[in-house]
Design a protein. Structure first.
Length: 286
């Protein structure tokens, strides 16, 4: 017997009171209707970037993927789903406030290279104001960022998912029509343990997992170019064997990257190690 979202689950869907008429799992959100975009929005692919834990560079990986897709000529948007801890606008030097258009839709900001994005930071009087909301309000805004934003035509919408496996992540998995997710982890065992929870949650809810990225995997010595694994040996291969998630990329800690992000110039970051992730997203059939 296992617990699945407040339901005791023994794997017998046929005899479960939470089962949907079509046999899907009602406890995992299988019968919840996905949110639909507004009439002006047409999105080809929606990709979530997930870690299950804060502090591993999920927002950085989201920004990096967006920048590389944009450089290929793709029309890209970022939905900053980390509602109470948004960091995407600062990375792209976005400080403007959100506003509505004639259709009463929220107009997303545009980065210097044309990436569209929306974030709660764009709705605060002061960027350092805290967001002291209950989970239901946070979940509702997450859905509104998809349904009520004038995204227009996009090749890819990236969702910087909230950390953890709480009700907000549950809302995202249940309500947003995700075509796949990219898992972000780092070499530490503790991080891997927590990220596995997010992977298991995605599997239980039938969310496709495209693969895993190990961030902060090593430092490249500027003198000898040796890889220095300051957080210990890479766990990506063993992590992938344990979880069945394809290993896609090991991202190094590169000198100058933090300074570029702090100055809102994340689009200038060059880490070609992310290219296998870009290829995976491009190859995704829609």
């Amino acid at each position: 017997m296992r617990k699945l979202y407040d339901v005791d689950c023994d794997g017998n869907c046929a005899g479960c009171a939470s089962a949907n008429p079509d046999g899907t799992c009602g406890a995992s959100g299988g019968g919840i209707e996905k949110c639909k975009p507004n009439a002006s929005t047409k999105i080809k692919k929606i990709i979530g970037v997930v870690s299950g834990k804060g502090g591993v560079g999920k927002s950085f990986v989201t920004s990096l993927i967006a920048s590389y897709l944009n450089k290929e000529g793709k029309k890209v948007g970022i939905l900053d789903g980390d509602i109470v801890g948004p960091s995407i606008p600062k990375a792209f030097n976005i400080h403007s406030a959100a506003y509505g258009n004639a259709e009463k839709l929220i107009v997303p900001a545009k980065t210097e290279s044309g990436i569209k994005l929306i974030s709660t930071n764009m709705m605060l009087e002061h960027e350092d104001d805290p967001i002291i909301w209950r989970g239901s309000l946070v979940s509702s805004l997450l859905k509104q960022f998809y349904t009520d934003v004038a995204w227009g035509e996009l090749d890819v919408l990236l969702i910087d998912m909230p950390p953890g496996t709480s009700d907000v992540t549950l809302t995202a998995f249940q309500s947003l029509p995700l075509d796949g997710i990219v898992i972000v982890t780092s070499p530490q065992d503790l991080v891997s343990l927590i990220v596995k929870k997010a992977i298991n949650m995605a599997k239980m809810m039938n969310i496709p997992i495209l693969g895993a990225v190990e961030n902060m995997s090593y430092v490249l010595c500027p003198k000898c170019e040796n890889k220095i694994e300051i957080y210990g040996p890479s766990k990506l291969d063993s992590f992938s064997k344990e979880t069945g998630v394809e290993p896609l990329a090991r991202l190094p800690i590169k000198e100058g990257t933090s300074a570029l992000i702090d100055n809102g110039r994340v689009e200038e970051v060059s880490l070609d190690e992310i290219k296998p992730v870009i290829e995976k997203i491009n190859d995704l059939r829609k």
